[in-house]
Design a protein around this ligand. Structure first.
Ligand SMILES: [Fe+2]
Length: 186
């Protein structure tokens, strides 16, 4: 739990004052991820919980440089010497490479590799099934809410439409793994 505790402090330091709703979301994501802990080793569950907590820190104004929160978050984490795997998970969470392409930041994000593992799928699943208020929602509800919040002309709405198949894939694979392990995740 060492990394999780560190990430918890960092998330609240970055998000609590400027972006309390974002903090509520990441706490919900962390809670959601606790349902997956039996799918992973203790060290991996610690890493995954930490990733859930810090995946959105790049939204904090003081960290936002490029406007791509996944990239800004990963760069900050590297600066504070977070483990490389954690930086990469944050850089690539929830199909960020597609938004990077839309924003002309594909090369910058490609400094990190998307590990494409069950652990990374679980992070995407938790992010895509947790509302901005930290509640459990379906992937369809989450995608619809994002498009509504940003409006039809925003790059984020275009991104969500593009990313839908990949995001849904990560959600389906994670839920299949949870079912196979007999874990009730709803
Ligand atoms: Fe998120």
């Amino acid at each position: 739990m060492r990394l999780t505790m560190w990430a918890s402090e960092l998330a609240s330091e970055c998000l609590s004052r400027p972006l309390p709703r974002r903090l509520t979301h990441v706490l919900g994501v962390r809670e959601r991820l606790s349902q997956t802990k039996d799918l992973f080793s203790a060290d991996e569950a610690d890493l995954l919980a930490a990733a859930g907590l810090v995946h959105d820190i790049g939204y904090a104004e003081r960290l936002a440089v490029t406007g791509l929160h996944a990239l800004d978050g990963a760069r900050y984490l590297r600066e504070v010497e977070a483990p490389e795997r954690l930086c990469a998970l944050v850089a690539h969470h929830s199909a960020a490479y597609l938004e990077a392409g839309l924003r002309g930041l594909g090369d910058e994000l490609a400094e990190w590799a998307d590990e494409r593992t069950p652990l990374r799928d679980a992070l995407w699943w938790a992010d895509m099934t947790t509302s901005p208020d930290g509640e459990v929602v379906t992937f369809e509800e989450r995608a619809a809410e994002i498009q509504q919040r940003y409006g039809p002309d925003d790059v984020v709405s275009t991104f969500i439409q593009l990313a839908r198949p990949e995001l849904a894939g990560a959600v389906e694979r994670t839920e299949a793994r949870l079912r196979a392990a007999g874990i009730d995740y709803v």
